[in-house]
Design a binder for this molecule. Sequence first.
Ligand SMILES: [Zn+2]
Length: 716
Amino acid sequence: MKKLLLFFIMFFLITIQLMALNVSKYKIDVTIDTETHSISGVSEIFFPYQKGNILVPIGNKIEINSLFLNNTKIAVDIVKKGNENFLKIVPVYFKDQNKLEIYYYGTFKNVPQNAMFSQEFMNIGTDGYIKDDFVYLPPDGYWYPHFDGVLAPFSLKVKTKSNLIFVTTGNFLGKSSDGIYNVFSFSEDKPVEPIFLIGGKYKVDKDYLNGISIYTYFFNEDEFLSSKYLAAVKRYIKMYSDLIGPYPFKKFAVVENQLPTGFGMPSYTLLGQEVLRLPFIVYTSLGHEVLHNWWGNSVFVNYSEGNWCEGLTSYMADHYYKELKSEKDAVNYRRQLLVNYMSYVKKGNEISLSEFIERHNPAQRAIGYGKSLMVFHMLRKLVGDDVFYEALKNFYSEMVWKKASWEDIRKIFEDTWEKVHEKTLEEYKKENKKIPEFEKNLDTSLDWFFSQWIFRKGAPEIGIKLNMVFQVSENDYLISFDLTQSEPLYKLLIPVEIVTEKGKEFRKITFSDKEHEFQIILKNKPLKLIVDPDYDVFRKLYPEEIPPSISTVLGKDTLYVYFSNNFKNSESYAKIMKSVFPKKDIFKVKTLEDALSKASEGKCVLFFQTPSENLNSKIKDISMQDIDIKDGNLFLNSKPNPIMGNKKAIIVFKNRMTQNTSLALFVDDGNEISFERVLNKIIHYGKYGYLIFDGEKNILKGEWETLKSPLILDIK
Ligand SMILES: [Zn+2]
């Protein structure tokens, strides 16, 4: 998660003249009273000369006491637009440099009920609240008047009689006391997005790395996690400073939130308690949020051509950590991105990367994160590792504290590639060596690459046909095959693996026609030909390449649900499903016969049963995966897993009758509360084919093997 872009865009549409406003600085001085849930103080906005009126957004929570422009009191004029209020300032007294002082007061009490963490919905239902044990003031609640989407330095003083500890973006200058109030001071001289103000009963731990202060602000009960987080943040800052360039801020803080968020802001991350306690967060999301300080928070996104920053951040964080673990983990990760694309992206919701701003649903995530990540991966495969990492360093040093677009990325990658290439050619000349053909003919332009991947929707569909295998001489074999692709055509760099009698051989093929014949000479007899074995190309998968998984079910708009006769609370279960997935059409089917007939029509059916029932043989028969339930055990590939007690199991399997649609089996103890919680969680388990929960805690997860693929040719 990042910026509050939706507001930025709405705002952009309402008052375009405002976007031109350059804020040189905000100086905010506020007092927080937890007893009255109120905030009061002054926000000073410094800005250069401006033609025309200024409308300062003030939301709908604060009231203006008085207003001064360049030290002269002026009248308060409020303009209402929809639900939001704006302070109208006429330009009569504007100078070259201006100071607007806004004295205001506001009450924030909106504590959200049952806020749920979600990957897809980032509005957690509050514009901010002030309580005796916690203060949560997001910028979109306008706890201080500011312009959305405008980046500016700031200084902030927070006074409070409470014993809360405050934290926000930028440098923490210290805490002092004036006898009555505790005073917290912050500042940042770099341009930053509008800020959140967070206060809590924190235990603060601190560490240092090369002059950077690293903090954790954790609640008492979680302080024991602090050392793990501090060490991980140090590791990430060091790693990315080496890969990209120096860390752009003077501090990084991990801040625990009462609300279930996973937000990344300049110089800190705000993590809900539940998220913070997840053991894998330090190895995944934390690094992603640290990396956003380079991509997003210091190289800003020029959204006019789409948001590149999530793809690059995910590539250098989530995907990179898989690569560091093993090549196989990275391959599986990429395959899953393609599965997500196939599961969630349909004709009606497909966008190009140049249209992606921010994710609001799984389809946008599959494109704005998944496809975007794959584009960086293909770019790296195209230019090579050396050029790729050097270009990223150049991109950072050239664009830091500026707004960058895909076009800037293209230019910098092209320039870097060209320079590295020129150097290589010079070295050949210096050493009087013959320049190889491929170096001579190398084309370092990237126009075609960016136009097909960034500005076009969709993905290529690749096919293969074997023509012949031919023994040319005693030691040489020739294999001839056609690659095909559907229109519109892409220029693709496709890896091909040939399994021979004596091991594997690899080739890279450039392919841009609808159909093209390729011939490869091999030293050993070929047995198998595999196109794109490691999922290096962003392409449409064949149904056979997609193992049944939670995401293949979650991607369906219509679900049919069958409850076995022994299943007690089918009514409330159906209700819970509708409330967790409000956008899906969910229909109950009465009999197993009806359910099976829906399945035979290719519909997605969810079969519910209790743990003590054996699996009905008719359901077992239509599964392509090896599953069974007998005597309180769930058998997966013939391996028993006990499911009695407070357990829930979700198993997704493929329908043998239709060859590829997914069906799911829910084995459930009947506990509604944990069912609702598990349903809310399963979006995080999208890639898995089977899950077992004890209550709401996951105790088993696994993926099914991929079945045969049309891109694997057995050569007889
Ligand atoms: Zn991100």
